[in-house]
Design a protein around this ligand. Structure first.
Ligand code: NAD
Length: 411
């Protein structure tokens, strides 16, 4: 993933004639922390050594910001790539953060609640000197959730001796988490459907949607899609996918997952493989699980007219080219899933000011920022004759480069 993300940056840097010195600086993260730590399993005799990472890509414009993922294959390259993407994402939506990302190489599905808590607290202690409300603020990502953020906040607060809600976002509202943060990423990307539909000449009312992933992003994208009048016909998780061409009842599916953890066994739909979801006859495809799932192999069979990337890096570059040539309109990850960091920014502002907003205020501001970011990126795409991914990168990179140049070099 790192090669693809840096490759995209290099391509756009050359396209916009970015100063070589600035380009070279932006290619590398400013700080990378790699830790290993012991983790005791519930059966006390088994102790495993886990790898953890926190990468801060850019500290020029404010604190760094980015999620923490718990996944069995996460490594330094992946985290560094995601940290760079976070920089562009923050820049696109205009929030005053640089990008960061963290991860622990562990399979969260295999952990008990007590084990998950021990991994979280020990990892937090290992990176405690590089995070903080004014330096680097984590958030949830793949395999982590509100509860994990609450344990992180508690561990940090115990360490400094007083409660510091602003050290992390995506916390439960009881601890200073923002109302509507949980839904923010999925809802934010669905706010873009009417604009994307206009470009792709599609009627959004009754448009059919398939969503790969039914976690934080996928589930709330499904909820928002249904609320906006789209027909969500398929969703997937790690156990497989469910498909009902007449439309799924998203609330019932959500309740099923709350009670049974996985989609497998859900009755009011056909059970298909997770991979089959990509080639269903739908109008809109939302990859919202893991990276590199839209490939040269499945791209020719994708029937959707619009792809809105909820996950980070779901589309491999070769597939991206193939889909664009076929006229599929792709709303790229750094724009489409920026609703998460936008409401994370709102949460941090509320925590710092100790003044909390209503749901209506939060959602209205999210909608305004997402739809404006889409229009800005689309204008660049039209004016400069480039695709939306390139346009989003142009917008993200230009602002950061300008900030770097005016700050100058120390000493
Ligand atoms: P999550 O852990 O809440 O949900 C992940 C979903 O993907 C689950 O349904 C899970 O079963 C499924 N999944 C996991 N591994 C899989 C595999 N190997 N094959 C198929 N399906 C698999 O994670 P999330 O927070 O929804 O994040 C999903 C994606 O969205 C990630 O790429 C993440 O970086 C990105 N993202 C998340 C946020 C956020 O606010 N949470 C914001 C921006 C981007």
């Amino acid at each position: 993933m790192h090669t693809e993300v840096v490759g995209q940056f290099d391509r756009v840097a050359a396209l916009i004639g970015l100063d070589d010195n600035v380009a070279d600086r932006l290619r590398r993260p400013q700080k990378s922390t790699v830790v290993s730590f012991p983790f005791r399993h519930d059966n006390y005799s088994e102790v495993e050594t886990l790898m953890g990472y926190r990468v801060q890509h850019l500290t020029t414009m404010g604190p760094t910001k980015g999620g923490i993922r718990f996944a069995p294959d996460v490594d330094l390259g992946e985290v560094a790539a995601l940290a760079m993407m976070m920089t562009w994402k923050c820049s696109i939506v205009g929030v005053p953060f640089g990008g960061a990302k963290g991860g622990v190489r562990v399979n969260p599905i295999e952990l008990s609640r007590a084990e998950l808590q021990r991994v979280t607290r020990r990892y937090t202690m290992e990176i405690i000197n590089v995070i903080g409300p004014d330096t680097d603020i984590p958030a949830p990502d793949l395999g982590t959730n509100e509860q994990v953020m609450a344990w992180l906040m508690d561990t940090y607060s115990q360490h400094v001796g007083h409660a510091v809600p602003a050290v992390v976002t995506g916390k439960p509202p009881a601890l200073g988490g923002s109302i509507a943060r949980r839904e923010a990423t999925g809802r934010g990307l669905m706010f873009l459907v009417p604009q994307a539909a206009r470009v792709a000449d599609l009627d959004p009312a009754g448009a059919t949607v398939a969503i790969h992933g039914f976690g934080n992003v996928g589930r709330y994208a499904a909820v928002a899609g249904e609320q906006q009048g789209a027909k969500v016909v398929a969703v997937s998780d790690i156990s497989g996918a469910i498909y009902n061409e007449d439309g799924l009842d998203v609330e019932t599916v959500g309740k099923w997952v709350d009670e049974n953890r996985f989609l497998e066994g859900y009755t009011d739909a056909d059970f298909i493989t997770g991979d089959e979801i990509f080639t269903l006859p739908v109008d809109i495809l939302v990859p919202a699980a893991i990276q590199n799932v839209i490939t040269e192999q499945n791209a020719p069979d994708i029937k959707a007219k619009i792809i809105i990337e909820g996950a980070n890096n779901p589309t491999m570059l070769a597939a991206d080219d193939m889909l664009r040539e076929r006229g599929v309109f792709i709303v790229p990850d750094i724009l489409a899933n920026a609703g998460g960091v936008t409401v994370s920014y709102f949460e941090w502002v509320q925590d710092v000011q100790k003044y909390f907003w209503t749901e209506n205020e939060t959602v209205a501001r999210l909608r305004e920022i997402m739809t404006r970011a889409f229009d800005d990126v689309h204008s660049i795409a039209v004016n400069e004759g480039v695709d939306m991914r390139t346009a989003a990168l142009i917008k993200g990179i230009r602002k950061v480069a300008d900030a770097k140049l005016v700050r100058g070099i120390f000493p």
